[in-house]
Design a protein around this ligand. Sequence first.
Ligand code: ATP
Length: 235
Amino acid sequence: MEPMLKVTGLAVSYGHVEALRGVSVEVQKGQIVSIIGANGAGKTTLLRTISGLVRPQNGSILFEGEELPKKPSKIVAKGVVQVPEGRKCFSGLTVRDNLLVGGYLFKGRDLEKDLEEQYKLFPRLKERENQFAGTFSGGEQQMLAVARGLMSRPKILLLDEPSMGLAPLIVDQIYDLIRQIRERGITVLLVEQNAKKALGICDYAYVLENGRISLSGTGQELLRSDDVRKAYLGG
Ligand code: ATP
């Protein structure tokens, strides 16, 4: 089956820094695919390039068999939606307004209905609809950032380090949420330093090392791999 997302030979440089060197990744519809790798391996660059925020020097990105548009807003409109590293919630806006930002490209839609959909998945956000996002904990801000992404009705959600800086219990909650998102039929490309969690949830995974894919396999295969255990799982 043709993959939903097919990245081939992607090369990205920032001046002299080669962040990605010929990266190829495929994501099948309905799957959770993880990219694991150390700090600075190029994970964020990969997501930002797919989202149109960084221009590649080389390579192609096909989504549902077609090249993505160049403009980030048009890429979102196609259903490719990124939840950025560090949440990037608008701290001076309420929960409700943060969510409405996620729907702003879609003025013709019934955004109230979309809000209700998110509140079903995130009851805590409903309870705190009128609170400022800046008063929230890291875990709550992460939930809000994911819900804001879902307001754009993604076909594929690109998640950048959703577990970063969160306590283990909260990380578990975020990962339960990722499972529920997949159950709703949304495909997920997940970038993580937390290799154990990411490999535990995914159907397929890639290891990114210094801008290259060094290894790939099912989550279970990589959890068993000696190289992965030594480098990413503490032995
Ligand atoms: P992290 O987990 O820290 O986000 P990462 O795997 O996502 O790491 P990237 O942020 O994609 O990695 O960075 C890849 C490389 O590109 C690093 O060497 C980084 O220093 C460099 N880099 C990233 N963004 C820029 C930029 N805007 N200008 C110059 N160099 C950059």
